[in-house]
Design a protein around this ligand. Structure first.
Ligand SMILES: [Zn+2]
Ligand SMILES: [Zn+2]
Length: 371
């Protein structure tokens, strides 16, 4: 006899409560390059003003970016996530601000934040991403940067979803024949092509800096591939990641800003950028356009990791010598060496010039599975 399980209607809150209850903040931080989106975040996250991670889950990027000296707040609507974060902070004697809330109705004033980060959040609203984007636009100050990513319609998704469609159609047919009750399956998420995500952002008033696809590794992982050390295929995938081929990967990534006649400068944080004088891809004042770091921001080029990928590296808990100040420092047990190919102590890392330089020139992916 054919046994058909009846579908269970689940709310987003139930889905995420069960998701986060199986994981820990520390294990999430350790897999910071699981979606290969770190170069975008590090290159464009504002070093001045307050940055919000809207839909922060277990706080992976909040703790990581706070270590870079970024003034960041995490918000999530699931109590289980906030509970796990509290546990992590108590155990590791670290502190970052978090609050509970809905990203479609934020508790921040208009024009109050310098940055808005949203990684795999806005695709979970059945009514579409407009409300969340309008809120992002409202709370960002003029020139404020939005870093928004969603899953993309990648080649692996096209394959997996068509397979699922066939399976569902057969199930539907069988249920119809045996007159089994048919329920509407619960909604989980949408997949957006980079150009679709870009359209939504433009509709909300954002000016696009970069919009592209990324993460071939995850697409192959979805199809069953396990990245391994010293594998030619893993190396090939990583090499392709730094080419336009990555556009067919698992993530749609966007960098944009809130345009206005007068805006805050990305490099000095002053309210001194006039849109008529702006020649860079993001808001930079006239003085900052002459700084050496400005060369990374004049044109918005496709982003790359700068050093070869480390697959499942062992944790290094030793002392290292900082390449910037020459002092010995203890490597962080969870944040490790921060994913750069240079040694940097936690004090030097909080210098925005140093961390911007590292983020543009020495970024190295560290690929680990979820544990
Ligand atoms: Zn400036
Ligand atoms: Zn140092």
């Amino acid at each position: 006899m054919i046994k058909i399980k009846s579908p269970v209607i689940k709310s987003q809150e139930q889905i995420w409560t069960s998701e986060w209850s199986q994981r820990s903040t520390a294990s999430e931080i350790k897999m910071w390059d699981f979606y290969l989106e770190r170069p975008w975040i590090l290159k464009y996250v504002p070093r001045y003003g307050i940055v919000l991670e809207a839909g922060c889950g277990l706080g992976r990027y909040v703790f990581y970016l706070a270590a870079l000296g970024i003034d960041i707040i995490g918000i999530d609507f699931v109590s289980e996530a906030l509970h796990k974060i509290q546990e992590y902070m108590k155990k590791n004697k670290v502190y970052s601000p978090f609050c509970q809330g809905d990203v479609r109705k934020l508790c921040f004033k208009d024009n109050s934040l310098s940055g808005y980060i949203s990684l795999g959040v806005i695709e979970h609203f059945e009514e579409g991403p407009d409300l969340a984007m309008q809120e992002a636009y409202r709370v960002l100050r003029p020139g404020g940067i939005a870093i928004i990513t969603t899953p993309s319609v990648s080649f692996s998704q096209i394959y997996l979803q068509s397979k699922l469609k066939v399976k569902k159609s057969i199930k539907y047919l069988i249920k119809k024949i045996i007159r089994y009750p048919i329920y509407k399956p619960y909604f989980f998420q949408y997949w957006y092509l980079p150009k679709t995500l870009k359209k939504y952002l433009e509709k909300s008033g954002f000016k696009i800096v970069l919009s592209q696809g990324a993460d071939l590794m995850y697409s192959f992982y979805e199809l069953g591939y396990q990245p391994a050390r010293k594998s030619w295929f893993t190396e090939l995938l990583f090499k392709l990641e730094n080419t336009p081929m990555a556009s067919i990967g698992a993530q749609a990534i966007s960098i944009s800003y809130k345009p206005a006649q007068q805006m805050y400068c990305f490099l000095c944080g002053h309210f001194n950028v006039h849109i008529k004088e702006l020649t860079a891809s993001i808001p930079l004042c006239q003085d900052c356009q002459k700084k050496p770091l400005a060369k990374h921001y004049i044109k918005a080029n496709r982003l790359k990791f700068q050093s070869s990928m480390l697959i499942h590296p062992e944790f290094n808990n030793d002392q290292e010598t900082c390449d910037y100040c020459g002092k010995e420092y203890a490597v962080s047990k969870i944040l490790e060496y921060y994913g750069f190919s240079k040694n940097v102590c936690s004090i030097c890392l909080k210098n925005s010039e140093i961390n911007l330089n590292l983020s543009n020139t020495y970024i190295q992916p560290v690929w680990r599975l979820r544990t």
